[in-house]
Write a protein that binds this ligand. Structure first.
Ligand code: NAD
Length: 252
């Protein structure tokens, strides 16, 4: 169990979309928040902080590009100094730059792998000494059903999310004895700035809906409950798992 007192969660990419919804959901569950995003998102991140304060919880904003090791280390140090404890981390920051394998510039491959896969690793690596010292941690990595099946023009994105899943399975084995769990969430098609990339063509959008058992697209709030579960003590005996939150596209 986490020690008594207010739990704190760090959410990366928290200024909009799924990250914002997760941060607000964790606040409603009683967490204080450390909100991360890139500097460009300052105004939106400040708005999320205000929304969390209106719920009655504390929120600290820290800017860092999760693919920059030095910036991540500084962010995690500041987060621990500011809050005294990080009980849970949600590695949500991610990017998608569509392109076919044949035409994909190397820099797009690198950018997507750097943010989605390396960013997750860097944040976890920076946090582990703190979590190990406390003998407690909840690590929730946002992968994607795209990492299991994927769609054309997203080979690099699919590879990055498959990397997050593989990373999480091994991480769970390395840190379990220290009271730390590590799990993945795989969202389906969620209506956000990124999700709309999959929905520009109405025919494709309709196909996604008809391929979904619940016959609808997801909203950011649909991802919140499963993340809160994996960030809480209710999931104490769940680790190394990947949970699809997709309305029933990938059935397992
Ligand atoms: N929307 C979907 O359909 C969908 C489906 C499956 C998985 N996901 C995953 O969910 C997560 C959130 O996606 P979303 O749909 O809310 O996307 P979004 O583009 O709306 O939000 C992504 C957030 O991450 C931030 N970010 C980007 N690069 C960053 C960096 N280097 N450092 C710190 N922050 C950074 C952005 O500024 C933004 O706030 C991503 O990991 C994405 O891959 C989304």
């Amino acid at each position: 169990m986490s020690d008594a007192g207010t739990r704190t969660a760090l959410v990366t990419g928290a200024s909009r979309g799924i990250g914002r919804a997760i941060a607000l959901g964790l606040a409603r569950e009683g967490f204080d928040l450390v909100l991360n995003d890139i500097e460009r998102q300052k105004d939106q991140l400040d708005t999320v902080r205000t929304e969390i304060e209106a719920i009655g919880r504390r929120a600290v904003t820290l800017f860092a590009d999760v693919s920059d090791a030095g910036a991540v280390q500084a962010m995690v140090s500041h987060a621990i100094d500011a809050t005294g404890r990080i009980d849970a981390v949600v590695n949500n920051a991610g990017i998608l730059i569509p392109g076919t394998v044949e035409a994909l510039p190397e820099r797009h491959w690198d950018a997507v792998m750097d943010v989605n896969a390396k960013g997750t690793f860097l944040v976890v690596q920076a946090l582990l000494p703190h979590m190990r010292a406390r003998g407690y941690g909840r690590i929730v990595n946002i992968a994607s059903i795209g990492g299991k099946h994927g769609a054309p023009e997203q080979a690099h994105y699919s590879a990055s999310k498959a990397a997050v899943m593989g990373f999480t399975r091994v991480l769970a084995q390395e840190v379990g004895a220290q009271g730390i769990t590590a799990n993945c969430i795989c969202p389906g098609i969620i209506v956000t700035d990124m999700g709309r990339t999959n929905l520009e063509d109405p025919v494709v959008a309709e196909r996604w809906i008809s391929n979904t058992a619940l016959r609808r697209l997801g909203q950011p709030e649909d991802v919140v409950g499963p993340v809160c579960f994996l960030a809480s003590d209710a999931s104490a005996f769940v680790t190394g798992q990947t949970l699809n939150v997709d309305g029933g596209i990938v059935l397992s």
